[in-house]
Design a protein around this ligand. Structure first.
Ligand code: ATP
Ligand code: MG
Length: 322
């Protein structure tokens, strides 16, 4: 796609992990575009490759992981061609990531405020008053009494507060792009809703582009503009949230949405559908969803091509091929 608004274009991304049971193709030919200022939701079952896609973009893969193919074009440059030192700059200035678990991402032995100030100092070397800025950021993410909270250690804060601290760290270097990996899964629904509001505010304030990784279709409906549905290392369907939710094209998306009571109700976890995803080191050569698919036919022995069901809505299913 040649669209000047596209800030991130991931093309045929392939990431392998070396495990004792063999090579896992955690990300197996993933492509998508994100436009400036929009929020893309990535949904899919546990193990479908959502986090590995995110870690491949920012090049923070586990030691056993390696990107073996594809392109990650951010603002016109391929991040996969950058050196580790250049990538550190990109992560500090442009692309930030908020992780799944606030307890493991925060260092238990340092005060939370100092951890924010330290990131500011590290990434914005000439920041005049990192401590002051950290307090200001804590205020922005709506931590009550920020000057006092600055001195709290992570364990002295609630889960929701810690998540806010991570949010503050995430935007401390004023990034253009934020990747949030399941940032709300550990939070209760009220705190979760508050955090999503906060994210929207930060998005407006910083003109942030966001990738939001979640199991939760309710969250996708609330804050995302576009959605990519992952299954077994591949994106099976992607498009504007409304189109995908109203007219799902891939049988996997259809099955997931069918088993949801209603999107207007409060956010629901990803529902379970019958059968299991394939084992990661024993992928079928054809469509990976075929063993669970009610519409399976002989064509499905071959992997289906990405097919446009509308100019912006793509599905990888033989039923969409005209
Ligand atoms: N450190 C690791 N070592 C070996 N295999 C891993 C590692 N991390 C992830 N994997 C494997 O890579 C595949 C993709 O995992 P990934 O973490 O991207 O899934 P996910 O979609 O983020 O799942 P979840 O929703 O549970 O976070 C899975 O098969 C997983 O078992
Ligand atoms: Mg994950």
């Amino acid at each position: 796609m040649n669209d000047k608004d596209v800030i991130l274009s991931v093309r045929n991304l392939q990431t392998h992990l070396r495990t004792r049971r063999g090579v896992v193709k955690a990300v197996d030919g993933v492509s998508f575009d994100v436009r400036r200022g929009e929020t893309l939701g990535i949904v899919g079952e546990s193990g479908s490759g959502k986090s590995m896609t995110a870690f491949s973009i920012v090049q923070l893969l586990p030691r056993v992981g390696r990107v073996v193919g594809g392109e990650v074009i951010f603002n016109g440059e391929d991040l996969l061609k950058k050196s580790p030192r250049e990538m550190e700059k990109v992560r500090g200035k442009h692309v930030s990531m908020v992780l799944q678990d606030p307890l493991t991402s925060l260092n238990p032995v340092f005060r939370t405020g100092d951890q924010i100030a330290e990131t500011i100092r590290h990434h914005l070397k000439d920041a005049p008053d990192p401590k002051g800025k950290a307090v200001e950021l804590m205020r922005q993410v709506r931590i009550p009494a920020p000057a006092t909270a600055y001195r709290y250690y992570p364990h002295q804060m609630s889960g929701g507060m810690r998540q806010r601290v991570l949010g503050a760290i995430g935007v401390s270097c004023e990034p253009e792009f934020l990747i949030a990996d399941e940032p709300t899964s550990a939070l209760d629904p009220t705190i979760q809703a508050q955090y999503l509001d906060l994210l929207k505010d930060l998005q407006k304030q910083y003109n942030l582009t966001i990738i939001f990784i979640t199991h939760d279709f309710g969250i996708v409906a609330t804050i995302c503009d576009t959605v990519a549905v992952m299954y077994a290392g591949k994106i099976v369907e992607t498009g504007p949230v409304r189109d995908v939710f109203q007219r799902p094209s891939h049988p996997y998306t259809e099955a997931l949405l069918k088993s949801l009571p209603s999107l207007e109700e409060k956010p629901k976890r990803l529902p379970s559908i019958s059968g299991q995803p394939p084992m990661p080191h024993e992928m079928p050569t054809g469509c990976r969803f075929a063993p669970r698919c009610p519409y399976k036919f002989d064509k499905c022995e071959e992997y289906p091509p990405d097919t446009h069901v509308s100019p912006t809505h793509i599905s990888a299913c033989w039923r969409s091929v005209k």
